[in-house]
Ligand binder design. Structure first.
Ligand SMILES: Cc1cc2nc3c(=O)[nH]c(=O)nc-3n(C[C@H](O)[C@H](O)[C@H](O)COP(=O)(O)OP(=O)(O)OC[C@H]3O[C@@H](n4cnc5c(N)ncnc54)[C@H](O)[C@@H]3O)c2cc1C
Ligand SMILES: NC(=O)c1ccc[n+]([C@@H]2O[C@H](COP(=O)([O-])OP(=O)(O)OC[C@H]3O[C@@H](n4cnc5c(N)ncnc54)[C@H](O)[C@@H]3O)[C@@H](O)[C@H]2O)c1
Length: 444
């Protein structure tokens, strides 16, 4: 039998790659992990974690505003540098923890860009080594449209590393990153213009939810400009000017494009080893995460439509369990919950109303709009929306959607129930916790 230097080589030390490498190492396997940048990947270094720290920073603005009605007289000053310094320190701390996890699992770390020499051999820096199994977990990077002046535009990586807050910012895009950062910068005092090419932000979300959220963003002070495409960016002595398709200009001190992400499938020599990619660059995998070459696998954003950290982690973990522990469990993609950490947050699990109507004949929706008690006495006008999508025939809850404070925390618990086949009558049998916002979901 052919022998290899490693039982498993993992390319990419982000959410999926680190989980796969350290679990395989923990099973006593000989594992190599190649990481071109910093261990932790997008989520820890330039994604979920620094973003959420900024969301927390920004959320104080609303709380200070609401505090007045509760008797607090606060003269709050915000120092962006303190936030950025503390955030960077926290990311460094997490990066060190990731190194510890890898060391403790006995994984050999190669801190270099890796590429395939052949179907079993990897080159990382000046080292070449072979593996019986290889996992590609190289994630993705921001996609920037090829338009004149794109060199003046920042992406999410740079938005997280700003040294000072601009006075005004154009954010282009209508997805997760665009609305999250619009909320952050707006609350921190930047005049935000959120520009989107389509008619309605948050395409793919429930229509009612997306409309409600968009109105909330407008109410919070964000200028939302829809049906507008930016075709060029120009620099003047004082600012940047976004030129729209109609020839109008939208000016700001900073222009930030959040126009999606592209998979890191380039530069790996995949075409030379017969690993196939789709037209959008994503690596083609089957339900066992296998690529078109049986012993080479791909997990996470490089192969996935659901670009979420817990999805990458679960895919990596289940794959290693199948490879080295005799497990047969496959990744399940139904009822994956997610939350947009905009202001207010948007939590979702399951189907939108439109998706439900496509698949079921008897769909009924139960909704409630109210002002959370937290803000009731204050000048904060933010409203909450709760929506349940139900199949009338079976009584099954097909979707739950929440727009409002703590939507992510609320949806996580309901996602457990939805995974178990939650019905509306089970919701109705459940006693609420009063006074909370979440109790609305069991009284609708
Ligand atoms: C701004 C932002 C906010 C986000 N917020 C959330 C959130 O709140 N919740 C959530 O669930 N998801 C969020 N995401 C998405 C989440 O970060 C990704 O889904 C997740 O990180 C994907 O993990 P991964 O392992 O596939 O790839 P990554 O975490 O991207 O890791 C890939 C790693 O591979 C390395 N690499 C690439 N090519 C090579 C090579 N050839 N050789 C060696 N190393 C290589 C890269 O340097 C990187 O470290 C966010 C993303 C962004 C950009
Ligand atoms: N809270 C979270 O869980 C979270 C947060 C951030 C990102 N993410 C993940 O990362 C992924 C990437 O985030 P994103 O916001 O960059 O992508 P996205 O797909 O959510 O949104 C991209 C936006 O850019 C627009 N767009 C794409 N190409 C364009 C072009 N050429 N010109 C103009 N507009 C264009 C799209 O219409 C869309 O509105 C998300 O889909 C999500 O899976 C998750």
């Amino acid at each position: 039998m052919k022998s290899f230097d490693y039982d498993l080589i993992v390319i990419g030390g982000g959410s999926g790659g680190v989980r796969a490498a350290r679990i395989a190492g923990g099973y006593g396997k000989k594992v190599a992990l190649c990481e071109a940048d910093q261990l932790g990947g997008t989520c820890v270094i330039r994604g979920c974690v620094p973003k959420k720290l900024m969301v927390y920073a920004a959320s104080y603005q609303k709380m200070f505003k609401a505090a007045k009605a509760f008797g607090w007289d606060i003269n709050a000053e915000f120092d962006f540098r303190t936030l950025q310094n503390n955030k960077d320190r926290e990311i460094k701390r997490l990066n060190t923890i990731y190194h510890g996890l890898i060391d403790n699992a006995g994984v050999d770390l190669f801190p270099h860009h890796a590429s395939f020499i052949d179907q079993h051999t990897i080159k990382a820096g000046d080292k070449t080594f072979s593996g019986e199994h290889i996992i590609i977990a190289t994630g993705g990077t921001p996609h920037m449209p090829d338009i004149p002046g794109i060199e003046y535009v920042i992406n999410s990586n740079q938005a997280l590393e700003l040294k000072a807050l601009p006075q005004s910012m154009v954010i282009y895009g209508g997805g997760y990153i665009a609305v999250e950062f619009a909320g952050i910068f707006n609350a921190l005092g930047v005049a935000v213009k959120l520009v989107y090419r389509g008619p309605q932000l948050l395409r793919g979300f429930d229509d009612q939810v997306a409309q409600f959220a968009q109105q909330s963003f407008v109410d919070s002070g964000i200028q939302v400009i829809t049906q507008t495409s930016i075709s060029a960016v120009e620099k003047t002595a004082r600012e940047y000017q976004c030129i729209t398709e109609n020839g109008d200009t939208i000016a700001a001190d900073c222009v930030f494009f959040a126009t999606g992400r592209k998979p890191n499938s380039q530069g790996l020599n995949l075409d030379k080893i017969d690993v196939k990619t789709q037209s959008d660059g994503r690596i083609q995998v089957d339900k066992k995460q296998a690529t078109t070459v049986g012993h080479i696998y791909a997990v996470g954003d490089v192969s996935n439509a659901d670009q979420l950290t817990p999805v990458a982690i679960k895919e990596g973990h289940l794959l290693v369990d199948r490879l080295f522990k005799g497990s047969h469990r496959l990744m399940e993609y139904d009822n994956i919950p997610s939350t947009v950490f905009s202001m207010p947050e948007i939590g979702r699990c399951g189907l939108t109303e439109a998706e439900a109507c496509e698949h079921y004949s008897q769909v009924k929706c139960y909704t409630s709009e109210f002002r959370a008690m937290k803000f009731a006495m204050s000048e904060v006008q933010e409203k909450t929306l709760m929506k349940i999508v139900v199949c009338e025939d079976s009584d099954r809850v097909l979707g739950i959607h929440v727009v409002g404070a703590d939507a992510g925390e609320i949806i996580q618990g309901f996602a457990v129930a939805m995974k178990q086949g939650l019905t509306r009558s089970q919701l109705q049998k459940t006693i609420g916790i009063h006074p909370t916002s979440a109790e609305e979901l069991v009284t609708l």
